[in-house]
Design a protein around this ligand. Structure first.
Ligand SMILES: C[S@@+](CC[C@H](N)C(=O)[O-])C[C@H]1O[C@@H](n2cnc3c(N)ncnc32)[C@H](O)[C@@H]1O
Length: 273
């Protein structure tokens, strides 16, 4: 059965599909957030005592890991345009200075951070070049600006299998496939974005986080709650089309039963301010 073309525009407003509950996000892509954050922090070289900024902090998965690393002698600030996410981040990390706002106009003075990080955010910025330039501006000379993005077109299993299933049922879903829509999901485009912002000593690293699921329901439910572009696509479908998509998705994942793990790949970039 074909699915009519319920295609959403992810570029229209990068924060739009993240105005959902923190629980829904944490059960979806957020499941990978802690492992991904630890790997990104390693790439960025964040250590105890640093002043750090988490741009597009979401529900605070990276913020919490940053707070652990920098400790009481360090300082953590975080910012996100989604009000429910900024509130969730504040609740998760009460010691952090959490603000509501966008990467493209950061409410911080020049050079006040040792490092500025953005986990899974640059593709959702309205103006990524301006957002990365702002991250550089607020980072001291010699400090680090770093980011991670999913390998949407390749080995981010959760989302790759989802879009492949959606396109198999509805070719029009190609227009929403994050592997095609996202501008920065490979090492070259990411490195170029960093260099164009004036960052130096730019390097790209492969990250391999994974996520554990207790059941296929735990995997599927967040899609139906409208989280992220994949959820927005799913939630817009009528019930029968959602059921067909679920079946095709689980078939492509090999019909997991009981508890299971999905692996993912992300690319991390770092550069010196
Ligand atoms: C995939 S989520 C990542 C959240 C969090 N960093 C994490 O790793 O769980 C993308 C986040 O980018 C935020 N966002 C969208 N547009 C943004 C912008 N222009 N500036 C900063 N953050 C933005 C969204 O609100 C959302 O929280």
């Amino acid at each position: 059965m074909g699915i009519p073309g319920y295609v959403v525009s992810v570029a229209a407003d990068g924060a739009q599909t993240f105005r959902v509950s923190a629980e829904a996000y944490d059960g979806h892509v957020g499941r990978y957030g802690q492992e991904l954050a630890r790997e990104l922090i390693g790439v960025a070289g964040v250590i105890n005592g640093m002043a750090v900024l988490d741009v597009g902090c979401g529900t605070g998965l990276l913020t919490a890991e940053l707070a652990d690393i920098v400790g009481v002698t360090g300082r953590v600030a975080a910012i996100d345009p989604s009000a429910p996410f900024a509130q969730a981040c504040h609740a998760r990390v009460p010691t952090a200075d959490v603000r509501e706002g966008r990467a493209e106009s950061l409410p911080f003075n020049d050079g006040v951070f040792d490092a500025a990080l953005a986990q899974l955010v640059v593709n959702f910025m309205t103006e990524p070049a301006a957002g990365v330039r702002e991250m550089r501006r607020v980072t001291r000379k010699g400090g680090v600006v770093a980011s991670a993005v999913w390998d949407y077109a390749g080995e981010m299993t959760l989302l790759r299998a989802f879009w492949d299933a959606a396109i198999a049922l509805d070719p029009a879903a190609t227009a929403a496939d994050e592997g095609r829509v996202m501008r920065y999901c490979d090492p070259d485009s990411l490195a170029e974005l960093w260099r164009a912002a004036g960052l130096t000593d730019v390097t790209v690293h492969e990250l391999r986080p994974s996520a554990h699921y207790d059941s296929v329901d735990a995997l599927w439910r967040p899609f139906t709650q409208g989280v992220a572009p994949s959820g927005a696509y799913t939630a817009a479908l009528p019930a029968d089309a959602q059921a067909a998509l679920r079946d095709e998705y689980l078939r492509r994942l090999g019909h997991p039963t009981g508890s299971f793990t999905l692996t993912a790949r992300a690319w991390a970039v770092r550069g010196s301010s």
